[in-house]
Design a protein around this ligand. Structure first.
Ligand SMILES: *Cc1c(COP(=O)(O)O)cnc(C)c1O
Length: 463
């Protein structure tokens, strides 16, 4: 072993060889050096573990090909398009919402040209970036004023900081949510400089609990959407109308973190209990916050809507500048919001809503096409089975959508190995493993993606 280790060449020596000189035409010297170091380290590890009994021919083309493959891999983008066959429509790890074609076109245009992002074209003077969407948001939510920031977490932080710093925020013990690990409502309240006053019990909180806790130091009555959990059994939560009345009476602000925030009722599609933003505003909320890239189906951003005086104070808060929305997201948001206006049909144009609105026969037909394609390339155990899809994104945890999935197997390959190889394809395919089988739910797929799945299976089968 020590003998083999001693025979490993130096990087400099390899660099001066003819084959590496050929690579230097395409790659920089430091890239080739890096790749050689990595390859030598892999060989060293192979020798030390006993897996490698002989050294390769360092002057041969096979070795040069390995270096070349390493260099290629380094140049491929890290962030790639993939196929989401998980059945989770708004999958945070997979980038949440896909955008409507109109939103993509708006991003392209705003990136290619200069825009009137902060210029009032009528006067030629400095304008506000918020005006491009404020009216649309007000129209779609029935609110007086609106503001958009980087994401909903920032929207909550800004709203609390601007209204409750150094004062009390009253929240229900049943609603102190944690989203995705780093967003914990009690921590956000603490970061805003406000003091959390918890009321009620885990399962039951009433408006009277809020009322009993209000004092001269109270700034906000906070309600939040329990997006990723549900308390079942004997439960009670205060009515919005009652909190709104209490806020008016006590001159406090009734604020609600809606999380997802839908602009259209999704109950006809089987998704009940997701509050529609305009209903919440109508119930008397002074301020609401919601994400742009969950059920709304737009880009990542956080929308704040509500009373004019409060929104004005948020706009002039120093934190507002630090969490402002960027021009590409703003362009995509405006285009997405316009799709909610007649005569557009958001269920046809916005991918998240289209995925929710698909009919059983659409899904079954797509599953049939995928199964046929996979059978045709010789896969085993291909079948179409009923499946359960989820909205995801921390929305509607218990609410599921009936769907169909295609299962498939490769001879002699365990499902988790198959899943790992499919993740390694040039267009990765992400599915689920259930009952020791690899599943692809077709609710999150489009017909245009089926050839990518076929190609991925072909590539994996050829390995
Ligand atoms: C998702 C969610 C957030 C965070 O939203 P981001 O847009 O991811 O920052 C905040 N509050 C609730 C209730 C949520 O569901």
């Amino acid at each position: 072993m020590t003998n083999l280790l001693r025979q490993l060449p130096q990087v400099d020596m390899l660099l001066s060889g003819a084959l590496m000189a050929g690579l230097a035409e395409t790659y920089s010297r430091s890239e080739v050096t890096e790749a050689l170091r990595a390859e030598l380290a892999a060989l060293r590890a192979g020798i030390q573990s006993g897996a490698l009994q002989a050294l390769p021919d360092f002057a041969g083309t096979a070795f040069a090909d390995r270096i070349s493959a390493r260099l290629d891999a380094r140049r491929r983008p890290n962030l790639v398009s993939l196929v989401n066959a998980t059945g989770i429509i708004v999958h945070t790890n997979l980038g949440r919402s896909r955008l409507a074609p109109e939103a993509l076109a708006a991003i392209e245009a705003a990136g290619r040209s200069h825009t009137n992002l902060e210029m009032d074209l009528a006067t030629g003077k400095r304008g506000s970036r918020h005006v491009h969407v404020e009216e649309l948001i007000c129209e779609l939510t029935g609110s007086e004023a609106a503001l958009v920031v980087n994401n909903c977490a920032a929207a909550v932080l800004l709203s609390l900081m601007a209204t409750a710093q150094g004062r009390k925020v009253i929240a229900s013990r049943g609603e102190l949510i944690e989203i995705g690990g780093s967003f914990r409502l009690p921590d956000i309240i603490a970061q805003s400089g406000a003091v959390l006053k918890e009321v009620g019990a885990t399962n039951k909180t009433r408006a009277a609990d809020y009322a009993a806790a209000v004092d001269d130091d109270t700034a906000v009555l906070l309600k939040s959407h329990t997006s990723n959990y549900q308390i079942v059994g004997f439960t009670a939560a205060p009515k919005r109308e009652d909190l709104a009345a209490l806020a008016r009476e006590t001159r406090t602000i009734f604020m609600e973190d809606l999380g997802s925030g839908v602009l259209i009722d999704l109950a006809p599609y089987g998704l009940k209990d997701e509050p529609v933003v305009s209903d919440v505003i109508r119930s008397g909320a002074d301020l609401v916050m919601f994400s742009g890239d969950k059920l709304l189906g737009g880009p990542q951003c956080g929308i704040i809507a509500g009373r004019g005086d409060i929104v004005r104070s948020l706009k002039s808060h120093p934190l507002c500048r630090a969490v402002r929305i960027d021009k590409l997201s703003l362009a995509a948001l405006e285009a997405t919001l316009r799709l909610y206006r007649a005569p557009n049909d958001p269920f046809r144009r916005i991918p998240v809503l289209r995925a929710i609105a698909q009919t059983t026969s659409d899904l079954q037909a797509r599953a049939g096409r995928l199964a046929a394609a996979l059978t045709a390339i010789g896969l085993e155990d291909v079948s179409v089975v009923p499946s359960t899809a989820y909205v995801g994104g921390g929305s509607l945890p218990q609410q599921t959508l009936e769907s169909f999935a295609v299962t498939a197997a490769l001879p002699g390959t365990a499902p988790d190995t198959l899943a790992a190889r499919l993740r390694g394809c040039s267009v990765p395919v992400i599915g689920r493993i259930r009952d020791e089988r690899f599943f692809m739910d077709v609710r999150t797929l489009t017909d245009e993606e089926l050839p990518h799945i076929e190609a991925a299976f072909q590539a994996v089968a050829a390995q």
